[in-house]
Design a protein. Structure first.
Length: 434
């Protein structure tokens, strides 16, 4: 298809779950349904949702494995199909949809059935039917059912398949066997994009295990030329069989759409399993699998939240850095460096004062003669006697004062130089935010 983005490249998201049926839980049977969503994030385009219902009859005693094969193979085949759409780029725009539709009808059924049969054959080679499995089948359904499985072992793995693939330009719906695909418009209009297969009566269904499986696929191709569906729901027949009539079942699609609009898709996803368990207990008792694909609409709570988040990001990009982040961090670093510089300067100044005034205790003035009382009479020698030759002259006092002032000035200048050096370093390290 055209690589240019269309108007429909808006957000699509998928949710879904599969629950064990109440009757299966009582009888000890496994959940025979399966589901797969691509991509793993369950959002974005292209998006593929596939579900499968393993047959519940006695001869399909490995249908839980067959349904797992079905959804995994659908993932692979759809990925191959969607990955090769470039081969249609040379066609005129008006001719592309029809060409892609024909290619899908020719390629998808053949490849899905072939790969499913190969997966079943490989599993059977590695895990042959046990005597216990065959004996249980004969006991429940008789020799005829046993013969059917022995002649066509894939019956033991029998399963249906429903899938939807969404791209920027089209939606593809695919169905083999029973189950339901519903679409809900923006106006809450519910419809079945694939018409009912009139051959499916009671518990009869087409299946991947049947020889004519390739011809039984039904495929609908919807070009996204107008408003796409607001919601697409895929479900196994255990869900629709839990309702009294088709109208009641259709209302579920509209109800789920409005709940997602109001409460958000994550809230609905969190409660979906509980709803389905209750439905199975009060309804069909069968396994139930439901997958929902929701297109993000402007009215959705999720869309409003998304717009607010985008607005916050946009404002953050346009606004200058917050003082609480980079600017505050850098200013804090500068402030710490300036405080350190002032502190060092103060210490240096105090040290200078201490160096200046410390000699005054020794050289406070001319020495006086010792008091006779200080004479050590025991040794007949004065403990401190200043002779006239040791007296300080006025010239010596002036010189001592000059030296003290010099030392003080030198200490102050050294402290100032240290403070200037630290301040200069702080200014060099400070880089204003862009």
């Amino acid at each position: 298809m055209n690589k240019a983005k269309s108007n429909h490249s808006i957000a699509w998201r998928a949710i879904g779950t599969s629950v064990l049926g109440a009757s299966h839980e009582r009888s000890g049977l496994p959940n025979q349904d399966a589901m797969a969503i691509v991509p793993e994030s369950s959002e974005g385009l292209p998006l593929v949702l596939a579900i499968s219902d393993g047959h519940g009859s006695a001869k399909s005693f490995r249908s839980d494995i067959g349904s797992q094969f079905a959804v995994k193979i659908a993932q692979t085949v759809f990925a191959e199909f969607l990955g090769k759409l470039d081969q249609f780029d040379h066609l005129p725009e008006d001719n592309k949809p029809l060409a892609i539709k024909r290619h899908a009808e020719e390629l998808l059924p053949v490849n899905i059935v072939r790969q499913w049969q190969e997966a079943v054959k490989d599993h059977l080679n590695r895990h042959p039917f046990s005597e216990k499995e065959l004996a249980r089948l004969q006991e429940k359904s008789g020799a005829t059912a046993l013969k059917v499985v022995q002649e066509n072992p894939s019956h033991a793995y029998g399963a249906t398949l429903l899938a939807t693939a969404i791209t920027e330009n089209f939606i593809l719906y695919l169905q083999l066997g029973d189950g339901d695909i519903l679409t809900v418009s923006e106006l809450d209009e519910v419809r079945n994009p694939i018409s009912k297969d009139q051959r499916l009566m009671a518990n009869e269904t087409t299946s991947l295990c049947l020889p004519e499986a390739r011809q039984d696929f039904r495929i609908v191709f919807q070009v996204l030329s107008g408003a796409p569906p607001a919601l697409i729901m895929l479900s196994t027949d255990g869900y629709s069989n839990s309702f009294r009539d088709e109208a009641g079942f259709h209302r579920v699609g509209s109800d789920i759409l409005n709940m997602i609009r109001r409460d958000g898709i994550k809230t609905v996803a969190a409660t979906l399993e509980s709803w389905l368990n209750t439905t199975s207990q009060n309804g069909s008792g069968d396994d139930i699998t439901v997958g929902v694909i929701k297109r993000l609409e402007e009215r959705d709570t999720d869309a409003i939240v998304l717009r607010l988040r985008n607005l916050e990001k946009h404002v953050a990009q346009l606004s200058p850095p917050s003082p609480d982040t980079e600017l505050r961090r850098r200013l804090g670093k500068l402030e710490r460096l300036m405080i350190a510089a002032i502190f060092v300067a103060a210490l240096s100044f105090l040290f200078a004062l201490w160096s200046v005034f410390r000699p005054l205790s020794k050289d406070s003035g001319p020495s006086a003669p010792a008091n006779p009382a200080t004479i050590d009479t025991t040794k007949n020698k004065p403990s401190s006697v200043v002779s006239p030759k040791q007296r300080t002259t006025p010239a010596q006092i002036r010189e001592a004062n000059r030296q003290r002032e010099q030392r003080r000035d030198d200490s102050v200048r050294a402290a100032q130089a240290k403070a200037d050096s630290l301040a200069q370093k702080a200014r060099q390290n400070f880089v204003p935010p862009q």
